[in-house]
Design a binder for this molecule. Sequence first.
Ligand code: GLN
Length: 379
Amino acid sequence: LSERTANFSDSVIRRMTRISNQYDAINLSQGFPDFNPPKEITDRLANIAGEGPHQYALTWGAENFRYALAKKQEQFSGMKINPDTEIVVTCGSTEAMMAAMMTVTNPGDKVIIFSPFYENYGADVILSGAEPIYVPLKPPAFSFDANELEDAFKKGVKALILCNPSNPCGKVFTYDELKIIADLAIKYDTYVITDEVYEHIIYEPNQHIYMATLPGMRERTIICSSLSKTYSITGWRLGYVIASPFVIERVKKVHDFLTVGAAAPLMEAAVVGLNFGEEYYKELQKHYTQKKDLFIGGLSDLKLNFTDPQGAYYVLVDVSEFNVKDDVRFCEWLAREVGVGAVPGSSFFKEEVNHLIRLHFAKKDETLIGALDRLTDLR
Ligand code: GLN
């Protein structure tokens, strides 16, 4: 079999969901909600079941979806986007990232990844034949050292992957940080591939700034994002790439042969969400702020140390006090004996890390309270 498939493991995040299910644990590992999407969207889907569409949409996405997405993106970023030449709708941002990486890199090209990172990036880089260069984000603020970053750029890189807000550490990059990255990307003629799936899950006073809006970055930013987290539809697998026509022309080809297209009935129903007014996003922010406060309040009561996220819906909990030697085995034990599913921190870090686990709080209050109750067993 191929060497490239030998060089990475399956996703630990998704493995932890299987393990959680096996032990009937409350699954706070893989990040997805246990509450329903907005009713307007599911009602529309029910109608579509009768009316269609049930056949292929255009390979790069249904026209009404792309037009609604361009409008929404302009509303939040101020960017003018041509829905015909600057958007490809993909099967989740997972495909978007893979397609972006295959579009940009040749085998042997180097790609910068900040560590900790969402585990797909490592596999994406390997699958496209590229080589990752990791630059640490240093706790507690998860900030990077500009000189260290420039040293990585000096190695001759094709792209940098920017997850903002960041999974798993919840960092929201400031304008100044983005500017440092942007200036280096321009200086070293590099693409920035963003993963902005948590763009609408931000805690005050932090604000999401789109890398593509920085001076000189529109042409060299490849935005990857999805509807999964914004509309609580992770199983619908609706993501997208937004980039310049020059890039999108190639992404269209990659996407065409990878998957042909995203699910037509789901795109049609999701247009309802893309057309929501500003109020929806304000409510979403409130909804997750309340969940964050509930969950980290509970972790504090348990006297656990954890990261307080600026965005996204994850916390990294420090479990070093439990003498953890192997965080993977600790998470298996946690699922089996305590009944809570978590992701071992080592799956996100390039550095040797054994003392962190990742929990998420995109769950009903009663689920979070149940999980916190089980975690008291740790005490
Ligand atoms: N982003 C989610 C997480 O980090 C999971 C996404 C996925 O499994 N496709 O848990």
